[in-house]
Design a protein around this ligand. Structure first.
Ligand code: ADP
Ligand code: MG
Length: 297
């Protein structure tokens, strides 16, 4: 196991922040750690990475106890803390060299990483001159310097604009190709975009731990479809398994179907048979959204 947590509990004085949680993550998984603000995500991550030493229960990284074998366990972990603390006055390369010195990694690794995380055109800039998205790349590069197996990213996309968001998500996916990744977020769409599996935490307890493919195949689906012309609602309700149809704007409809069968081709056929053209069609996972709302209300 890359990460294994047993009966993990953390009090801050009398505040119970993490309440007897259990989970394990296998090598190579990308897991979204999803929960509202204050749920306990950062606390769990600080325990896993050895920054919070006062806790109950067991946390293992590659089978090494973070309590009993902290230094050895930390060698396996790359960590991007929440709010990404960087030295703003340092130059990008200088900062990475500084970190490389701490980890005693060869200097060549820095240039490889700079390319990997897409920082090549920004190495000569000071960190404070970079956009938030590029600052995140610096933080992620710093976390990867010692080539850890397990990467823990605490809200890596919070505060990014939509373009930066897409770029960082794809970087995370890339990292997940040969590493175990646990990253926290309070945005469930992000989990859908990036992960294989979601662990939902609420008020310090794990309330769900599921593979996305298992969530997607059950219950309901939403299809958002844009036609070339306006149509009447009476017209669209003839679609099979349709539970709700909302005209979200102009010629765009949000259709809720209660069936596990993928309804996209049915919607295509419906449009074709009725002389309509489809300009856009996407299937959304209503189930994760619902699950998250139900579990964290
Ligand atoms: P999340 O990262 O999911 O937003 P946190 O792990 O930061 O949640 O916080 C979990 C709970 O612990 C919250 O109730 C928070 O107020 C509390 N908490 C976090 N850090 C501290 C601290 N240093 N001292 C006291 N309480 C804290
Ligand atoms: Mg947090």
């Amino acid at each position: 196991m890359s990460i294994q947590v047993t009966n993990l509990t953390k009090y801050y004085d009398t505040t119970l922040a993490v309440d007897e949680i259990n989970f394990s993550i296998q090598k190579g998984e990308i897991v979204g750690f999803l929960g509202p603000n204050g749920a306990g995500k950062s606390t769990v991550m600080k325990i896993l990475t050895g920054y919070l030493k006062d806790f109950e229960g067991v946390a293992l990284i590659n089978d090494l106890s973070i309590r009993d074998n902290r230094i050895a366990a930390q060698k396996n972990i790359g960590y991007l803390p929440e709010h990404n603390p960087l030295y703003a006055d340092m130059y990008v390369e200088e900062y990475l060299r500084f970190n490389a010195g701490i980890y005693k990694v060869p200097k060549e690794r820095i240039s490889t990483l700079i390319t990997e995380v897409g920082l090549a055109s920004h190495v000569t800039k000071r960190i404070r001159e970079l956009s938030k998205g590029y600052q995140q790349r610096v933080g992620i590069a710093a976390a990867l310097l010692h080539n850890p197996d397990v990467v823990i990213l605490d809200e890596p996309t919070t505060g990014l604009d939509p373009n930066q968001l897409v770029a960082i998500r794809s970087l995370i996916k890339n990292i997940g190709k040969d590493k175990t990744v646990l990253f926290s977020t309070h945005i469930m769409q992000e989990v859908e975009a990036v992960c294989d599996r979601v662990i939902i935490i609420n008020k310090g307890k794990i309330v769900a731990d599921q593979y996305l493919k298992d969530i997607q195949n059950t219950k309901q689906q939403v299809i958002v479809v844009e036609f070339d012309v306006k149509i009447e609602k009476e017209f669209i309700v003839s679609l099979p398994n349709l539970k709700e149809a909302n005209n979200v704007f102009d010629t765009t409809w949000e259709l809720l179907f209660s069936t596990p069968i993928d309804m996209r081709s049915t919607v295509f056929d419906f449009a074709h048979d009725n002389g309509l053209k489809i300009l856009n069609l996407t299937r959304k996972n209503k189930n994760l959204e619902k699950l998250f709302q139900e579990l964290t209300q």
